[in-house]
Design a binder for this molecule. Structure first.
Ligand code: G6P
Length: 607
């Protein structure tokens, strides 16, 4: 999704802005641009190019010590040079960068056109530039003009506005699209993501929806859109620049897969209670009585977060014997769901900014639903709006394809299921078994990662497949879905996940020697059933790759990816790891852009 960077201070702005854009590249974009003050005007350079090419266009840059910059992911208008941001008003006095989508863009365009304005681009953002320019007449400050302009604007935005006549000032506003201020020593930064700032400062201020800020080199002032001061002190972010560096890895997905054992250890810290065979989740403001009053659990998330939620629902049902399910937040928000006061809703999101998940949280809260957030990014919108929940502690995740955050999500759900189970009928013995299983999981994940070369060889054998099935049964079905998702996302090979027993009700028609199936075969009570499924596939000539910790009959499958034994309820978490490696190595062999798959964005902050 789009990225915003702004700077005002004493240093040359262009290198800082370009470096900031570079740090935001992982979010996905199709064009980029920058505006800096130059001789009483704003010099805007923008094009449908990568940030590296923009750097070439800008050259060494001008001596300006302030400026704004943007990476755009097209929504209104195609990804062209003209539609790239910054957008300007007719006189070119104002420049605006904008994340989000305006809902009344057509209406604004019609109104402004009727007033004699000629639009240069197809974007909704340009309307903001014209509105601010118009509001400057009669306004004493740029902030006042922006405030007036925003009264006419409906929809989601994070914006930064510059005025050629006030080069030492940036005005920023947020409504539904993240904005964070970075407080430096004699310099101020603004960005849509801390990744662009942490190289310069760890001291940040998150803007809330409906909030506006004016930044100068030495100061920042926050207020509501209605001009009420919201004096805010900076907080310190617990990430630094090294989290956004490759550290010798070829890409972030590879780095982040290998960070999983440590990420899980962090998610585990202080959360296992061996004495009472339960979990401690201090971030959830629910005591034992409130936990007992929960009658069902529903997980809501998008993409991989939704599949992790399905793993969570199975764990809650198994360990706590509570009805539980998962639903894509994107569907939930639009279907006028019945909200049950006794249900615990769990909003799941790595970024904490996914628009659909955030909208689901708001719908729930409006209807009095009880919702907790399971989120990786501290200070993100979902974390703040839920007020309580579980932090994943995975560290920043840069690759679009989520790995360590998804694993931490499933892991956190196991802790939640254990907690809910132990205030109900989960025995001490079974609680202890799960506690021990969770404690050993990081080492088991390391063991799987150590077999990467073997998995790479299997991926290599199947690199020419035109499509694949991912087959799982009951508790491993969501893991199969996540495996298929990973392959689709980064290799562009068609992959479809099926429940093992559903195969015979349709998809078996597609099985032949050109359609490999990746079958998850945990050594559990359903082993014989899964072997039966494999035999059905083999009988139709389909190649089978088994991901397994069971002893399979000799010669049954074409390739085996071995995983160690875990506690059986936790198998789906462990079995997800080789599927990540499989997708990764297949995509690598196909020469794909691993961290930035086509058409995708890391966090989808628009509908
Ligand atoms: C995007 C990404 C997916 C991710 C989903 C949810 O669609 O491409 O990989 O799973 O968003 O993101 P979240 O930040 O809410 O976990």
């Amino acid at each position: 999704m789009c990225g915003i960077v702004g700077y005002v201070g004493g240093r040359k702005a262009t290198p800082i802005l370009l470096e900031g854009l570079h740090r935001l590249e992982y979010r996905g974009y199709d064009s980029a641009g920058i505006a800096v003050p130059h001789r009483s005007r704003l010099k805007v350079t923008k094009a449908a190019v990568r940030v590296g090419e923009l750097r070439d266009l800008v050259g060494d840059g001008l001596p300006a010590t302030s400026g704004i910059a943007h990476t755009r992911w097209a929504t209104h208008g195609e990804p062209t040079d003209v539609n790239a941001h910054p957008q300007q008003d007719t006189s070119k006095r104002i420049a605006v960068v904008h994340n989000g989508i305006l809902e009344n863009a057509d209406e604004l365009r019609a109104r402004l056109t009727a007033d004699g304005v000629t639009f240069a681009s197809d974007t909704d953002t340009e309307a903001i530039a014209h509105l601010v320019a118009a509001a400057l007449d009669g306004a004493e400050t740029l902030e006042q003009a922006v405030r007036t302009a925003l009264q006419d604007v409906e929809g989601a935005y994070g914006i930064v506005v510059m005025d050629a006549t006030r080069p030492g000032e940036l005005v920023v506003a947020r409504n539904g699209s993240p904005i964070v201020l970075g407080v430096g020593d004699g310099e101020m930064f603004v960005a849509s993501d801390v990744a662009a700032l942490v190289r310069y400062t760890q001291s940040v201020v998150y803007l809330d929806d409906g909030e506006l800020a004016t930044l100068t080199a030495d100061d920042y002032r926050t207020s509501t859109l209605q001009a009420r001061s919201t004096a805010k002190s900076p907080t310190t972010v617990d990430v630094d620049d090294t989290d956004f560096q490759l550290d010798g890895y070829d890409n972030f997905m590879h780095k982040e897969m290998h960070e999983q054992p440590d990420a899980i250890r962090r998610a585990l810290l202080g959360r296992l209670d061996e004495r009472f065979a339960t979990a401690r989740l201090g971030g959830i403001n629910l005591d034992a009585r409130a936990l007992r009053a929960v009658r069902s659990v529903k997980f809501l998330g998008c993409g991989s977060a939704y599949y992790a939620g399905q793993i969570g629902a199975n764990l809650v049902e198994e360990l706590a014997r509570l009805p539980a399910d998962a639903e894509p937040a994107s569907e939930f928000r639009y279907r006028n769901p019945v909200i049950d006061g006794d249900t615990l809703y769990v909003a799941v999101s790595q970024s904490g900014e996914t628009a659909d998940t955030l909208a689901a949280v708001r719908e729930l809260q409006r209807k009095g639903g009880q919702v907790i957030g399971v989120v990786n990014v501290v200070g993100s919108a979902i974390a703040r709006e839920c007020g309580h929940g579980v932090l994943l502690h995975s560290g920043p995740e840069v690759s679009v394809a989520s790995t360590k955050a998804v694993t931490s999500m499933s892991f956190s759900f196991a802790l939640l299921a254990l907690l809910l189970g132990r205030v109900r009928d989960l025995s001490v013995a079974n609680g202890t078994r799960i506690v021990q299983g969770l404690a050993t999981l990081p080492d088991l994940i390391s063991d799987v990662l150590a077999t990467e070369d073997e998995i790479a060889k299997v991926a290599d054998r199947f690199r020419d497949a035109r499509g694949m099935f991912f087959i799982g049964r009951v508790r491993c079905w969501p893991a199969a879905r996540e495996g298929a998702q990973k392959l689709k996302e980064i290799s562009y090979v068609h992959a479809e996940a099926y429940q093992a027993s559903e195969l015979k009700h349709g998809p078996l028609a597609l099985i032949d020697e050109t359609m490999p199936s990746v079958v998850l075969v945990p050594d559990d009570e359903l082993l014989a059933k899964n072997i039966g499924t494999i035999e059905q596939i083999k009988a139709r000539g389909g190649p089978v790759i088994a991901v397994t910790n069971a002893e399979l009959p000799h010669g049954l499958v074409d390739a085996e990816i071995r995983v160690p034994h875990a506690t059986r309820e936790l198998d789906p978490i462990l079995l997800t790891i080789p599927l990540q490696l499989f997708a990764y190595h297949l995509a690598l062999r196909l020469g794909r852009d691993i961290d930035k798959p086509r058409n995708l964005a890391k966090s989808v902050t628009v509908e």
